[in-house]
Design a protein around this ligand. Structure first.
Ligand SMILES: Nc1c(NC[C@H](O)[C@H](O)[C@H](O)CO)[nH]c(=O)[nH]c1=O
Ligand SMILES: CC(=O)[C@@H](O)COP(=O)(O)O
Length: 175
């Protein structure tokens, strides 16, 4: 069977995040896992892309279902001032229970985050884990015991810088 690199490979382009203003909206559900994801994203942005810590705004909401509304409201609020957010990362952890609640929230949140991004013109990174069990969530936050663990917050931080820098250029007519 042909092998391939599973997951995203970092762009070969070097991005300077020193002028980016980033918003992270995270949930308080499954907080220990969310906290690791937020740390992965912030540490990656500051250490690999020179994003200034003071330019990363962090807000929390109760659960993933609240993420799209909070992102929309905070983008609007930032546009009323001079400090617009160049990019937003929505971070949450959905873990399947015994009812269909998981499916309904996951669908609503993914559609909602996409809509906020397209409607606002601000890139919004989908940083919501949709897991069938606790182990899947722990592994994807770089926690747990498996060798295959990887903190997806790192990928979301890299994606955020790329989209923030590229969108700034595109909005200036630089293609
Ligand atoms: N079960 C999980 C939830 N549920 C809460 C909803 O997201 C929402 O806050 C509530 O329905 C009120 O509107 N949220 C998560 O982020 N993760 C879960 O596993
Ligand atoms: C993702 C959820 O909402 C889920 O954790 C709720 O659990 P349950 O389906 O057992 O009510």
């Amino acid at each position: 069977m042909t092998s391939f690199t599973k997951g995203v490979i970092p762009s070969t382009e070097k991005f300077d995040g020193s002028s980016l203003r980033v918003l992270i909206v995270h949930t308080r559900w499954n907080y220990e896992i969310v906290e690791a994801l937020v740390r992965g994203a912030t540490e990656t942005m500051t250490s690999e892309y020179n994003v200034k810590a003071e330019n990363i705004s962090i807000q929390s909401v109760s659960g993933s279902y609240e993420l799209p509304f909070a992102a929309q409201s905070l983008i609007k609020a930032s546009k009323m001032g001079t400090q617009w957010f160049n990019v937003v990362i929505c971070i949450g952890v959905l873990i399947k229970g015994s009812t269909m609640h998981f499916e309904y929230i996951a669908e609503a949140v993914s559609q909602g985050i996409m809509r906020v991004s397209l409607d606002s013109g601000v890139p919004v990174v989908f940083g919501v884990l949709t897991c069938l069990n606790d182990e899947q969530a722990l592994e994807r936050a770089g926690l747990g015991d498996r060798e295959s663990k990887h903190n997806h917050g790192i990928d979301w931080g890299r994606c955020a810088v790329e989209m923030g820098v590229k969108n700034c250029k595109w909005m200036s007519g630089i293609i």
